[in-house]
Design a protein around this ligand. Structure first.
Ligand code: ADP
Ligand code: ADP
Length: 228
């Protein structure tokens, strides 16, 4: 089934002086691992921000599971319950420990405090960080910070994982570990994975590679049947 359907999606910045997305038509199906590639400034992060309802399109339509993505004002519930997002720069809260950071999205749900903490500890164990649960982000390595961010993204069992250059700030050993972890989670939980990368060796591991240029999709290695 179709998870995302984008039709003539456009995004301008600065009152139209920057056209970051110039009409993107795209369908992303359940369980796919889609890599988005393309030169710096071509609109990859903007596209991911649209999928994550972090910002609103200027024009066109964006549907999630057949329904228009919630308006910005309702977006936080969609983000908390349906998707996990990870970024190159981790975006952890510096004044909260690892286990507290992981609990943040769960505050959107009606779990009890005890449940939240138990779940956060399980997730940190799943990413191999059971010995670091009470550390603050500043006391963790880059690879460990990204593992906390991954654990945080999984709190509400999302069906989609959105990742923007998740290994871009890591050395090659940590990058390898994090990529394997993300792919394993995608496979084990059948999460749809949309991952931005500059790195052809990372894109090569995806089931589908979409190349963007100047705000448009210019190639798609494996479009779903029936796509325009
Ligand atoms: P990529 O992720 O492929 O590097 P982006 O989506 O970040 O590309 O950016 C696409 C274009 O939109 C670039 O020209 C960038 O400078 C511009 N842009 C992105 N975000 C903003 C913003 N918040 N305000 C103004 N321009 C932006
Ligand atoms: P990354 O590639 O790590 O995702 P980006 O540089 O694409 O980082 O974007 C980081 C943030 O900065 C995003 O929120 C994006 O919207 C914003 N941004 C990117 N380019 C511009 C720009 N030209 N002007 C203002 N904000 C921008």
């Amino acid at each position: 089934s179709c998870v995302y359907e984008l039709t003539a999606l456009k995004k301008d910045y600065d009152e139209g002086s920057v056209q970051a997305l110039r009409g993107v038509d795209l369908r992303i199906m359940e369980g796919e691992f889609v890599a988005i590639t393309g030169p710096s400034g071509c609109g990859k992060s903007t596209l991911l921000q649209m999928l994550g309802a972090l910002d609103e399109p200027t024009d066109g339509t964006l549907k999630y599971r057949g329904a228009p993505l919630p308006h910005h004002s309702q977006a936080s519930a969609y983000r908390a319950r349906e998707i996990g997002i990870i970024f190159q720069a981790f975006h952890l809260l510096p004044t909260f420990t690892a286990v507290e950071n992981v609990q943040m999205p769960m505050l959107e749900t009606d779990r009890t405090a005890g449940d939240r903490k138990t779940r956060a500890l399980e997730l940190l164990q799943a990413v191999g960080l059971e010995k670091r649960v009470n550390h603050f982000p500043s006391k963790l390595s880059g690879g460990e910070r990204q593992r906390v961010a991954i654990a945080r993204s999984l709190g509400n069992s999302p069906s989609v994982l959105l990742a923007d250059e998740p290994t871009g700030n890591l050395d090659s050993e940590n990058a390898h570990f994090i990529l394997d972890l993300i792919i394993r989670l995608h496979q084990e939980h059948r999460m749809t994975l949309v991952l931005i990368t500059h790195d052809p060796s990372i894109a090569a591991r995806a089931s589908r590679v979409i190349h963007m240029k100047d705000g448009r999709v210019v190639s798609d290695s494996n479009p779903p049947p029936g796509a325009i």
